[in-house]
Write a protein that binds this ligand. Structure first.
Ligand SMILES: CCCCCCCCCCCCC/C=C/C(=O)SCCNC(=O)CCNC(=O)[C@H](O)C(C)(C)COP(=O)(O)OP(=O)(O)OC[C@H]1O[C@@H](n2cnc3c(N)ncnc32)[C@H](O)[C@@H]1OP(=O)(O)O
Length: 242
């Protein structure tokens, strides 16, 4: 009897130790990840400012930062993994939509269609993303280190009220600017007849993507408003399941 109780305690202790090690590893990884991402977006911010100060124009700015942007934005795919394995308490769907829409903007719009890379709308979403991400990743970093300055917390849960709609405007205007080039070039499209007997029109796909902002953006925005109430005003929010 005594021995089985002891066994139970030993097992419990082992489980607790495993949990602690797992959470220490997760915290170490997240700290590294967030520091790397803060640094990456800071590098982008400095590169953009330097370009503009030296050249006095936004033309050519996208090309000059494209590699760094593609690297760090693509790296953010790991965030979907963080949610999926449960090391951050965030919805996989909310994070998935946010990250995928960014990857789509970078790879399948701005990077693929050279003619739109100098549009003002590209600069708009780049600046908005950069401010957002420097704030967001530094918030996570300081939070993990238990030394969170109030102004970073304030910025994380207030700036999005202006930046989110501005980012959406920048993204939608960029996709809109891409439409004529996509239609003319027929890029990423498959016309019938072909050996797969499949037809796909990227032009209409882009129109559907633009329309999908109507139901999806409010969900992301209201999610952030709920997070804001929870973190800044201490409200207990019961989130619906994924
Ligand atoms: C295939 C094509 C698809 C196309 C589809 C198109 C449709 C697109 C529709 C909408 C598109 C919107 C486009 C907008 C783009 C822009 O970004 S504009 C710029 C403004 N943007 C923002 O302000 C972004 C705001 N969004 C976000 O911050 C995130 O993306 C989020 C997923 C919405 C954040 O939500 P969430 O993680 O739930 O909130 P938090 O409060 O930050 O975190 C919750 C808890 O999780 C912890 N955590 C999260 N990540 C980390 C991490 N990396 N490290 C450590 N901890 C993390 C966080 O600390 C919180 O923990 P607790 O405090 O303990 O709860």
């Amino acid at each position: 009897m005594a021995s089985s109780e002891e066994d139970g305690t030993v097992e419990e202790k082992e489980n607790n130790n495993k949990r602690r090690t797992k959470s220490a590893v997760a915290t170490a990884w997240l700290t590294f990840y967030n520091i790397a991402m803060t640094a990456g977006w800071l590098v982008l911010a400095i590169a953009m400012m330097r370009f503009y100060i030296q050249k006095g124009t936004h033309k050519g700015l996208y090309r000059s930062i494209a590699r760094t942007l593609k690297f760090f934005q693509t790296f953010a795919l790991l965030e979907v993994g963080h949610c999926a394995i449960g090391i951050v308490r965030t919805s996989v769907i909310v994070t998935g939509v946010q990250v995928c829409s960014r990857i789509f903007m970078v790879w399948f719009i701005t990077n693929s269609i050279r003619q739109i890379q100098n549009e003002e709308s590209v600069i708009l979403f780049l600046v908005v993303w950069t401010v957002t991400e420097i704030t967001r990743y530094s918030y996570y970093t300081f939070n993990l280190l238990h030394h969170l300055p109030y102004f970073i917390k304030w910025a994380r849960y207030n700036l999005f009220i202006v930046l989110y709609p501005l980012g959406v405007v920048g993204e939608l205007l960029t996709i809109y600017a891409a439409l004529p080039f996509v239609r003319r070039s027929g890029m990423y499209s498959m016309r019938l007849p072909n050996k797969y007997n499949v037809s796909f029109d990227y032009y209409y796909c882009l129109i559907i993507v633009m329309l999908s902002y109507i139901p999806l953006f409010p969900q992301l925005f209201f999610h952030m408003l709920r997070q804001r109430r929870r973190v800044l005003h201490g409200e207990v929010i019961v989130e619906k399941d994924d």
